[in-house]
Design a binder for this molecule. Structure first.
Ligand code: GDP
Length: 248
């Protein structure tokens, strides 16, 4: 039961949405087709270009420094990192893309890994896409958003670092950025890891994604017979077997 009497209760208060009771790093997916955890819990993924403020946002959201320590370990920054939260869902930290100081080829590497994760995650419930409120979306941001749109995955757009904007500029950017992306201004969440602004709204949006039935359910049911690739358990019309218990 949640106590919703006082919506203004401070962070960490009794009725704060998405209270994190436990956080466990469960591993990283380093390459296409590489290891990933069994999709036995719903997943929420976080995406954005390097330096957009993703680690800071996640630290604010989950009140855990441990999170950033894992995700910023050398070698892990290019992986898809998975964290189990409250035995309730899996938080998926996608690699930051578009880092200016790495070569073009390396910069392009994010695409197949991120795309493959997004296509092949039957329990993905939604994406939190981060954009820096101060800058216009980059080509990489636009490609990512186009891809998410094609996929049809529910997407929460967060504008980061809003504390860096003065009032007038902030007002302008909170209209300009969504407009340039064809979004309504109430479809984006202004966020600051410094002041905590937007934490509650983001947490509530994530909770509501977790409560909704998966946007992918029908697709997964329809496509399931193909999932058991190669194994000859020709239980012809036994229907889909989402649990696929064979471990190889
Ligand atoms: P990541 O590469 O996307 O994980 O970005 P980080 O979270 O490491 O942030 C990149 C830089 O932006 C760091 O210097 C942060 O301190 C800073 N930063 C991140 N979020 C905010 C914010 O909300 N406000 C301000 N002022 N700085 C921020």
């Amino acid at each position: 039961m949640t106590d919703a009497r006082d919506p203004e209760v401070a962070e960490g208060g009794a009725n704060e949405p998405l209270v994190i009771r436990s956080l466990e790093f469960i591993g990283g997916m380093a390459s296409l087709g590489g290891w990933r955890p069994d999709p036995d819990l719903p997943e929420i993924a976080f995406a954005g270009r390097s330096n957009v403020g993703k680690s800071s946002l996640l630290n604010r959201l989950i009140h855990r420094k441990k999170f950033a320590r894992v995700s910023n370990t050398p070698g892990r920054t290019r992986e898809v990192n998975f964290f189990k939260v409250n035995e309730q869902f899996v938080l998926v930290d996608l690699p930051g893309y578009g880092y200016a100081r790495i070569s073009k080829e390396k910069r392009a590497e994010w695409k197949p890994l991120i795309e493959s994760y997004l296509r092949k995650s039957p329990r993905l419930r939604g994406i939190v896409q981060l954009l820096d409120a101060r800058h216009d979306p980059t080509n990489d941001d636009r490609q990512m958003l186009d891809f998410l749109g094609d996929l049809g995955v529910p997407t929460i757009v967060v504008l980061t670092k809003v504390d860096k904007l003065r009032a007038a500029e902030r007002k302008r950017r909170l209209i300009e950025v969504p407009t340039s992306l064809g979004l309504d201004d109430d479809q984006v969440i202004p966020f600051s890891a410094v002041t905590g602004e937007g934490r509650r709204e983001l947490a509530e949006a994530i909770e509501s994604l977790l409560e909704q039935p998966s946007w992918r359910a029908e697709e997964a049911d329809a496509a399931d017979p193909a999932v058991g690739d190669g194994s000859d358990d020709s239980a012809a019309d036994a229907g889909p077997n989402p649990e696929a218990p064979d471990e190889r």
